[in-house]
Design a protein around this ligand. Structure first.
Ligand code: CU
Length: 109
């Protein structure tokens, strides 16, 4: 029974990967991004979610990627990635506290 369920899950994951663009959530808490490194494919969306008790920001030095100067508490910021590459980002308010991360966008399988 367990094995069957496991196999069914694998099949479902396989189907999702070929048909759907994914969404990955990066939370902001305790002045850290989590996860710090996000691996996605072209067309996927990263949702930055501020779960902290202070404001943050999401700044991509690469100007072709949309940044957000102020992300208020309990708010979300969505960025869809349309090209392959590595895109570092940081929080402007807390960059001196190593509040940063990176999105790695791979070609679609
Ligand atoms: Cu911050």
């Amino acid at each position: 029974m367990r094995t069957k369920r496991f196999l069914a899950t694998l099949v479902l994951i396989g189907i999702c990967q070929v048909s759907l663009a994914a969404e990955v959530t990066v939370t902001m808490a305790n002045w850290e991004f989590s996860p710090k490194v996000v691996n996605i494919e072209v067309g996927d969306t990263v949702i930055f979610e501020n779960n902290d008790d202070s404001i943050h920001s999401v700044i991509f030095p690469d100007e072709s990627i949309q940044s957000l100067e102020v992300l208020k508490m309990e708010k979300k910021f969505l960025v869809k990635f349309e090209k392959v590459g590595e895109f570092p980002f940081f929080c402007k308010q807390h960059k001196d506290f190593s509040m940063n991360g990176k999105v790695i966008v791979l070609p679609k399988k």
